[in-house]
Design a protein around this ligand. Structure first.
Ligand code: FAD
Length: 458
């Protein structure tokens, strides 16, 4: 008797769904298992933004872009990487990935031209009109359903099963009511995301953000890394992560980074600035983390008005997360901060913004600053969105051993695999790196898995 299924996809976020649809369209018999009671994972929580260079959507908008330019942007932002070949391959296939999403998977994606994207020198993010990752996930789910691909929710893989030669031959599953069973497969694609929801692994690999509030989906508990270590897989870019420097506290929603990008600052509990906020919402996370307690974003009325175009920001302000005062001292008093320190720091910053002195922390992008009264303040804490490191894979998503040989039949993509944001830290994350790896590598892994199956049966 043969295996139960040709390709077993573990995890039903963007990576798993893209992989399953691609494997099916390439002629493989495929099934998806999902640990939680609903699919979507972090992909559903994201803004659904996928970067690509050279798409027809960019050409229609008159935007010139190229593979080399995209690669340069990623390397400038991310620095050294453990997997340069993978980065190149994902960029080279990025236009194809986004066009496939629209043409084959029926996803309703458009090119985003209205806001600045962290790390990109030209507009290249493609996202649902709503900017809700849930819409992207819904479109992928509809495409999978249309093809009759089975998706079993409430079925978590507990462990991978290998044969005597170390080749993966399936997975042991536990259902949400505690029943256990085994699914055998010719190929297994791990699409289980990273380990941001696993405190021990975060402390081990991303210690600078250990203890930050986790802001992603419940399912990201690091099984890919744990199973990979058991099977002798290599890990890549394992210290890299995406953080968020300004989670409104105690509200738990995100304070829009527009408030900072447009010229706002962040002070600590002593009322003092502590770095160059233009490092970006992810890159500035360790700076906020290092303050050891809540910090305070400060911006002015003009910035408030610009940001008021964003629904989530208005909601936060309506719930009292953003407070207003006419002077620096009165603003400080709203959070029991040292008014003299806040006023002095604002003065220094405004001098730099006016070009009178260099900024003490090297900030050069001041947008609407100097800040003028009335001012607004929001208490913030750092958050962790997702981890960017994972299993070392080749350019087709095959999971590799430290000796450069693949673990037979095992593939990984998205947050389960080594990412595109450099080796370590929060500063290397460029917008969309997560979903490009999820959808792009999910597809490449599925194509390779289907090819291997066809090759073996030819
Ligand atoms: C608030 C927020 C905003 C973001 N915005 C963006 C953005 O705009 N663009 C971007 O590129 N990235 C963004 N990211 C990151 C992005 O969401 C992730 O990088 C991407 O969704 C990863 O996709 P994935 O398919 O690998 O994982 P997921 O979408 O998380 O899917 C993994 C699935 O596997 C399941 N699973 C886990 N373990 C098992 C198991 N043992 N057995 C079976 N199933 C399992 C999980 O429950 C989950 O459903 C954002 C993240 C957050 C938290």
């Amino acid at each position: 008797m043969g295996p139960d299924v040709g390709v077993l996809v573990v995890g039903a976020g963007a990576c798993g769904l893209a992989a399953a649809i691609t494997a099916h369209d390439a002629g493989a018999d495929v099934a998806i298992i999902e640990k939680l009671d609903r699919p979507g994972g972090n992909s559903a929580l994201s803004t659904g933004s996928v970067p690509a260079a050279g798409t027809r959507f960019q050409r229609e908008a008159g935007i010139e872009d190229s593979v080399e330019r995209f690669i340069e942007d990623l390397i400038r932002k991310g620095g050294p990487t453990d997997c340069p070949d993978l980065l190149r391959r994902l960029v080279e296939t990025s236009a194809e990935t986004v066009e496939w999403l629209v043409d084959a998977a029926g996803a309703r994606m458009t090119l985003v031209t209205t806001y600045k994207h962290v790390g990109h020198s030209v507009p290249r993010l493609h996202a649902p009109v709503s900017r809700r990752g849930q819409d992207l996930v819904d479109d992928l789910l509809a495409a999978a359903e249309k093809r009759g691909i089975p998706l079993a929710v409430g079925n978590g893989a507990r462990t991978l099963v290998s044969d005597a030669d170390g080749a993966v031959i399936g997975a042991d599953i536990e259902t949400s009511n505690g029943e256990r069973h085994r699914i055998t497969a010719r190929k297994v694609i791990l699409a289980v995301n990273g380990f941001a929801g696993n405190r021990d692994l975060v402390a081990r690999f991303c210690s600078e953000v250990s203890g930050a509030q986790y802001f992603g989906a419940r399912g990201s508990t690091g099984e890919a890394v744990l199973w990979g270590e058991q099977l002798g897989a290599a890990l890549g870019n394992i210290g890299a992560y995406q953080g968020y420097a300004a989670v409104a506290d105690p509200h738990g929603s995100l304070l829009s980074w527009t408030t900072i990008e447009k010229g706002g600052i962040i002070v600590n509990g002593a009322g003092r600035r502590f770095g160059d906020e233009s490092a970006g919402y992810s890159g500035y996370t360790p700076n906020v983390m290092a303050q050891g307690g809540p910090c305070f974003a400060i911006f002015d009325q003009r910035i408030f008005d610009v940001t008021a175009a964003e629904e989530e920001f208005v909601e936060l302000a309506n719930y009292g997360g953003v407070k207003k005062a006419d002077t620096a001292e009165a603003l400080a008093a709203l959070h029991h901060l040292d008014g003299v320190a806040v006023a002095a720091n604002l003065d220094d910053y405004n001098k730099a913004a006016r070009g009178e002195t260099p900024d003490a922390f090297g900030r050069r992008d001041f947008a609407l600053a100097p800040l003028t009264p009335p001012f607004h303040i929001c208490r913030v804490v750092p958050g962790l969105f997702h981890t960017q490191g994972g299993l070392m894979v080749d350019i087709d998503g095959r999971v590799m051993r430290p000796n450069g040989k693949p673990i037979a039949n095992l593939f990984a993509g998205g947050g389960a695999a080594a990412g595109l944001s450099g080796r370590t830290g929060a500063g290397g994350y460029a917008s969309g790196n997560g979903l490009l790896s999820a959808i792009g590598l999910g597809r490449l892994a599925a194509l390779a898995a289907a090819r291997e199956i066809a090759g073996a049966t030819a």
